[in-house]
Design a protein around this ligand. Sequence first.
Ligand code: GDG
Length: 493
Amino acid sequence: MGRIVLVSNRVLDLRKAAQAGGVAVALADIVRTRPSLWFGWNGEIQPEGGEANVITREGRIATIPLTSTEHERYYLGYANAVLWPVFHNRLDLAQFEAGYFDQYMALNRRFAGHLQRMLQPDDVVWVHDYHLIPLANELRKLGARNRIGFYLHIPFPPWQTFMAIPEHAQLARGLAAYDLIGLQTKSDVSNLLDYMVNGAFGNILSDGRVSAFDRRISIASFPIGIDPADFANPKREGGMAQGRGVKRIVGVDRLDYTKGLPQKFKAFGRLLEKHAQYRGEVVLTQIAPPTRETVEAYLDIRQQLESLAGSINGRFGELDWVPIHYIHRSTSRRRLAGIYRSSRIGMVTPLRDGMNLVAKEYVAAQNPDDPGVLVLSRFAGAAEQLTEALIVNPYDIEATAEVMRAALEMGLDERRARHRALMAVVVKQDIGAWCQSFLAALNRAPSRDDPSTWSHPEPIRHALEKLLQPRLRRQAPLRQGVPPQVALGGQPL
Ligand code: GDG
């Protein structure tokens, strides 16, 4: 078997991957343990006219810098000011500016050019995330016949939202060049299938694949996980100092408008307003490290949050009790486990999130004998799996405040029972299972270039598609996704 070639916007130094955690650890693990190559941006920005095409090779890692124009228009622009907000249902924040898309395509072409020269015929390529949607198509234009899979870490939006992107058809063309597309949840799969059928005039085939733009693609959900052992080590206790008997509610989120931070602060304020008995008894510790600070929308959310924390602390705080601890800095990964473990509530309430690893980390870090309670947004991908959490609608401030109260009051038996069920999911579908199931499905995904993998000769397939089409369409009305009998690999739909 050939190498696994990983491609992501950002490639991390293997020595720092453990500190970054999550996906970085999983990818670093593949690179350490299997014949592989990891290609992407090294985090450096070259001024225009600099040496942007110099590849740095260190063992199995190959990286290049971005030019300042690429950084501005591809990374901060198209990826983070168009695709990120639209995929998180925030069309109002999308900046469809001239030049962003061209630079996004140009960067993908440049990446493909470098990668194609490093590819061997039996390599399997695994591309990560929304920055690199067109990469496979660009590789194929250069002659790559490798098996290429794509994993989207963020949600796929409802099909009509996706169609608001002026270049949606070119993006769909890019998606169709992959052999396998992996998504976080079943509802993401359903959204993408809806788009492929209704927006890109594709068909769902009898073997469950989608036919679009003259290619056949497998689409399935592979919910990402964590390494629970990373958080379940009791030696890592040592949360933060707290007044005796004070219960902590913890939030850990990059400072991003998708994470529902103002709503979380408001719900906590409402809890203190309505239920005075919690004043002096509960604190909300919110760790919110900075991210993408030069994108305008991120500046707004920071100001909004600081003003909210200030007004709630000013209104309810005492000389010996500050209700909201808001920390706008990164905390070491080693300390996070202790903070999770010493918190009575894990408050994970994004307005939209692909998965949300913090929810799983919080569960893994709990003491099974005296566990805390996970409060989880119904709009986080994790809610599809972590059904024993207290599920909330983060837009509903009043109800969220009441759920916080219920979590604070929950008895030990119920906390233990819920935690057992949640932990079973976190352990079963961990990061290793995610990696393996995606790569196994990619290896299984029939390749268009290999006729032996076709289950029917082409003319029969055509007839079959035509025959099945009206029936499939009847069973898959708009917005309800794919009918059950065409469930795809990975997770059953
Ligand atoms: C994207 C998708 C999907 C956070 N603050 C600190 C810190 N973190 C770590 C957490 C966690 C990771 O960062 C954040 O992961 P999330 O999954 O919560 O969210 P995104 O960054 O938005 O990730 C998301 C994910 O990709 C994976 O597919 O789940 O939906 O948006 O591991 O612990 N780590 C340290 N200090 C901090 O202050 N050390």
